[in-house]
Design a protein around this ligand. Structure first.
Ligand code: NAD
Ligand code: IPM
Ligand code: MN
Length: 356
């Protein structure tokens, strides 16, 4: 089993090191190969996703990814910015199905910004379409006033776009996932305004005919954002487009206590997957040894389950995470009175210890 390890920027290397430590403690045979990505790769090779890194990612059974991005690269031409690395990996590998489970562990009920009774027992799954939508639609760009396209003004534009096969396959992923859990799918759209999302809704309804055992609900994205903080436990599986899924999953992360707790899996139709925390490179805390590594460690557990066929090892990691939380260990983002504040490395060490 070959795992491509792509730490990236900011806190990426710090949190990935902890996940690698946990993987190595499992007594499974892995080949781990590390490569630069994002700003780190731009510095080393002049490109955020060098050919060698892409080749490694394509040849691996799974990819463990940290995060990319730093404010210092915001002025680069867009194709050279660190974020293009993760977008490129998703597109090149066809990783269209992004699973972002928001689970509130018992020990962290008090860490959420919501009232305990709203989040206790929360277990919802956001399924975000990851290779379409306004993120990838063409054309996109800028026009100067001199083009005369929009008289007297400069303009910038992106294209929101979905094809029928793209919507149908992500809807199937959501219905199949719901079958294995609460049997309810909420499709989040903006059909009241956007043609792209009226089409989304139509195709989801058609696809649903093959899944009569699963309940389907439709919700506008603005209402969904509100319902997520009003009554999050009313959701089971949420399926939505790339941009709405990006925003709603960051919102949902706070239901679990911290964005440092939200793992993710991005899968293609061959079950090859990229595993990364849902958060970014957190430049504001990078290098301080305080980042929460649990989202990345839990992403490694998802990797074992979805791509490496090692469900028992995945269970072991998840049980170890619950154990360290029960021991009261907390990185600053989830720390509260009566618990023990630890750093990134101590948290990783504690998970390894708890594996038993
Ligand atoms: P961010 O997710 O990096 O950080 C948002 C806030 O959450 C910050 O205050 C940060 O300190 C905190 N945070 C994030 N992860 C944490 C962790 N593990 N432990 C404790 N606190 C944590 O989002 P941002 O600040 O908007 O973006 C920073 C950079 O990351 C940007 O360049 C952005 O493009 C990039 N980004 C990359 C990815 C990715 O690689 N997939 C995802 C999101 C953002
Ligand atoms: C995420 C990030 C990325 C996204 C960025 C860094 C391209 O926010 O993985 O959620 O928008 O998909
Ligand atoms: Mn995001």
């Amino acid at each position: 089993m070959k795992i491509a390890v792509l730490p990236g920027d900011g806190i990426g290397p710090e949190i990935v090191a902890e996940a690698v430590k946990v993987l190595k403690a499992l007594d499974l045979k892995f080949e781990l190969e590390t490569a630069p990505v994002g700003g780190a790769a731009y510095e080393a090779a002049g490109h955020p996703l060098p050919e060698s890194t892409l080749t490694l990612a394509k040849s691996a059974d799974a990819i463990l990814f940290g995060a990319v991005g730093d404010w210092k690269y915001d002025q680069l031409d867009r194709p050279l910015r660190p974020e293009q690395a993760i977008l490129g990996l998703r597109k090149h590998l066809g990783l269209f199905a992004n699973f972002r489970p928001a689970i509130c562990y018992e020990q962290l009920v008090g860490a959420s910004s919501l009232k305990p009774e709203l989040v206790a027992g929360l277990d919802i799954l956001i399924i975000r379409e990851l290779t379409g939508d306004i993120y990838f639609g063409q054309p996109r760009g800028r026009r100067s006033a001199a083009d005369g396209h929009f008289p007297g003004a400069e303009e910038a534009f992106d294209t929101m776009r979905y094809t029928r096969p793209e919507i149908e396959r992500i809807a199937r992923v959501a219905f199949e996932a719901a079958r294995k859990r609460g049997k309810k799918v909420t499709s989040v759209d903006k059909a009241n305004v956007l043609e792209t999302f009226q089409f989304w809704k139509d195709v989801v309804i058609e696809t649903h005919k093959d899944y009569p055992d699963v309940e389907l609900q439709h919700m506008y994205v603005d209402n969904a954002a509100m319902q997520l903080v009003k009554a999050p436990k009313a959701f089971d599986v949420i399926v939505t487009g790339n941009m709405f899924g990006d925003i709603l999953s960051d919102e949902a992360s706070m239901l679990t206590g911290s964005i440092g707790m939200l793992p993710s899996a991005s899968l293609n139709d061959k079950k090859q997957g990229l595993y990364e925390p849902s958060h970014g490179s957190a430049p504001d805390i990078a290098g301080q040894g305080v980042a929460n590594p649990l989202a990345t460690i839990l992403s490694a557990a998802m990797m074992l389950r979805f791509s490496l066929n090692q469900p028992a090892a995945a269970d072991r990691i998840e049980a170890a995470v619950k154990k360290v939380l029960a021991q009261g260990l907390r990185t600053p983002d989830i720390h509260s009175a009566g618990t023990t504040k630890v750093g990134t490395v101590q948290m990783g060490d504690a998970v390894v210890q708890a594996l038993g």
